[in-house]
Design a protein around this ligand. Structure first.
Ligand code: ADP
Ligand code: MG
Length: 245
């Protein structure tokens, strides 16, 4: 079953074609990565999925419903969760409060149920010990985990992640990979991951979509993408195919 279906998405900023006729689908429970150089249109495409950016043409379907003109909140209620490339947590609020803000948007039962559900996610994410700490006192790695917890607070069907590993050290990346795997298993989540950490992408993604200058230049399984000449020359680098072990 297709959970997310983007058809012929185009978006221009003045003279700049940020996206040109991009098609992308995600099946229920599937893990899809979007890769490509800086400025390729990856974040713009994610923003089209969430409704932050309205495309000039094309359509976005969520679980079969056309949501192209729907506001972000409505899409979140319909099963979308996301994090931002530049995290947007509230520094003075606690971990619990931040996750509750995420949960507050979903069709929920009121304050008590909301708190319970937030606490459950915090526990699952291994953040229970710091639930009452203010965000501004946390390490960068912990903050990013809180963003992830907040993004899944509404129990989404598809989770959109914009460079979640940026700025993390290798131990934190390993934690992130572990938590993501756990979340997927527990919630049968589909994931769309934008990421420059190729180790992480190749390990997690079942399918990879490659953007370059706003166009999709390749799509396929990790092994195909790593051997694709157009991808090597646009993004991964000619040495990549040979350097791999
Ligand atoms: N709000 C905006 N106004 C003008 N140009 C934008 C805006 N958002 C993105 N762009 C431009 O669109 C292109 C794609 O950006 P983006 O989707 O952020 O790329 P990526 O995430 O792949 O690095 C870039 O050239 C960027 O400068
Ligand atoms: Mg980006």
């Amino acid at each position: 079953m297709t959970i997310l279906d983007a058809r012929n998405i185009s978006k221009r900023y003045g003279g700049l074609a940020a996206l040109t006729d991009v098609d992308m689908t995600v099946s229920a429970g599937e893990f899809v990565a979007i890769i490509g150089p800086n400025g390729a249109g990856k974040s713009t495409l994610l923003n089209v999925f969430t409704g932050l950016v309205v495309p000039d043409s094309g359509a976005v379907l969520l679980a079969g419903n056309d949501v192209t003109r729907h506001a972000t909140n409505r899409r979140i209620k319909a099963g979308l969760g996301r994090t931002f490339q530049h995290g947007r947590t509230f520094p003075r609020l606690t971990v619990l409060e931040n996750v509750m803000v995420g949960a507050a948007i979903c069709p929920t039962l009121g304050e008590r149920a909301l708190r319970e559900s937030a606490l459950q996610i915090i526990e699952q994410m291994g953040l229970a010990d710091i639930a009452d700490n203010a965000i501004r006192t946390l390490s960068y790695g912990h903050r990013r985990m809180v963003e992830l917890a907040r993004a899944v607070a509404c129990n989404p069907k598809v989770l959109l992640l914009d460079e979640p590993a940026a700025g993390l050290n290798s131990a934190e990346v390993a934690q992130l990979v572990k938590r993501l795997a756990h979340l997927r298993e527990k919630h049968q989540l589909a994931v769309v991951l934008i990421e420059h950490n190729m180790g992480m992408v190749m390990r997690l993604a079942e399918r990879i979509v490659v953007l370059n200058f706003g166009s999709k230049i390749a799509e396929g399984a990790p092994a195909e993408i790593q051997a694709n000449p157009a991808v090597l020359s646009a993004y991964l680098g000619e040495g990549y195919a040979h350097a791999r072990v």
